[in-house]
Design a protein around this ligand. Structure first.
Ligand code: ATP
Length: 273
């Protein structure tokens, strides 16, 4: 069966052949009703990857297919079935929330009714408020409402819960799970491992433009040793501790001595900074 999203050996370079390669040979796929998460620190290459899947740019090398189409070269068949939530949506500040959704709906052939879109993201009570008066979290939810407006089969969400309070974050997770249950395929980037654990069928951890770990959430988490840090009271001499397999002295915060688990080296005496 063909995957709904298929990314093969994707590279993306900014600034021509001598420029910066932000994505370096990335491959992953997601099937119908699956959520694939890209996890990584700032600058890892997540947004650069998502933008190519969204069809905003062509790959420097490699291949991307969404619902069997090249999202850049065959833009309309892929884009018309895709909902996209960028990291920062730009809205006309003086329109109300409902006017913004209505304006966006006007560009689509079969948009959800505006009240339904607002209710999905819990913004019905803010329908008459101007966008410039919305909080950052409310604007993120408005962004999500616009991504859902065309009843997409594929959703690409760039850090959808950044800036949301815990309750809104959980509500967004609940909504995403419902969409997955309806068969929507979701590609999501996030900084939060917790978010990937909550939602993802599979994930990839990106670093410096490459995937450094990928698989099911359980596989990836199991592949990283647990790190437990503790600080010894000043009066305890680390040399007198019993041997603790897999521990090593860590950097001592302040004037205290620390120790970190997760590496197989034998503990040695820790020095003060
Ligand atoms: N238009 C651009 N021109 C040149 N370099 C860029 C451009 N956009 C992004 N980059 C660089 O590419 C690298 C990857 O950026 P990208 O935004 O894809 O990372 P990210 O993982 O999404 O980070 P964040 O979590 O901060 O959103 C960074 O070093 C960034 O500075």
């Amino acid at each position: 069966m063909t995957a709904t999203i298929e990314v093969t050996d994707l590279s993306r370079r900014y600034g021509g052949p001598a420029g910066y390669e932000a994505v370096r040979g990335v491959s992953f796929s997601a099937g119908r009703g699956e959520l694939f998460a890209l996890l990584g620190t700032n600058g890892a290459g997540k947004t650069s990857t998502l933008e190519v899947v969204e069809g905003l740019d062509r790959p420097t090398a490699g291949r991307v297919r969404v619902l069997g189409h090249d999202p850049y070269g065959q833009r309309s068949p892929a884009r018309s079935r895709m909902g996209v939530m960028l990291q920062e949506g730009g809205f006309p500040p003086d329109l109300t929330t409902a006017e913004t959704v209505r304006m966006w709906a006007g560009t689509l052939t079969a948009a959800r009714p505006v009240p339904e879109a607002l209710s999905l993201v819990d913004l019905s009570h803010r329908a008459a408020v101007r966008v410039k008066q919305l909080s950052g979290g409310e604007r993120r939810r408005l962004d999500l409402a616009l991504a859902l407006l065309g009843r997409p089969e594929v959703l690409v969400l760039d850090e959808p819960t950044t800036g949301l309070d815990p309750e809104s974050r959980r509500a967004t997770w609940h909504l995403i799970r419902r969409l997955l249950g309806d068969g929507v395929t979701v590609l999501l980037s996030t900084h939060y491992l917790e978010e990937a654990q909550e939602l993802a069928d599979r994930l990839a951890i990106m670093h410096d433009g490459r995937i450094v770990a990928t698989g099911s959430v359980a596989d990836v988490v199991a592949g990283f040793p647990a790190r437990i840090r503790f600080v010894l009271p000043d009066r305890v001499d680390p040399a007198r501790l019993p041997h603790l397999p897999g521990t090593r002295p860590g950097p001592a915060p302040g004037s205290r001595r620390g120790r970190t688990g997760g590496s197989p080296s034998r503990p040695t005496r820790s020095s003060r900074p």
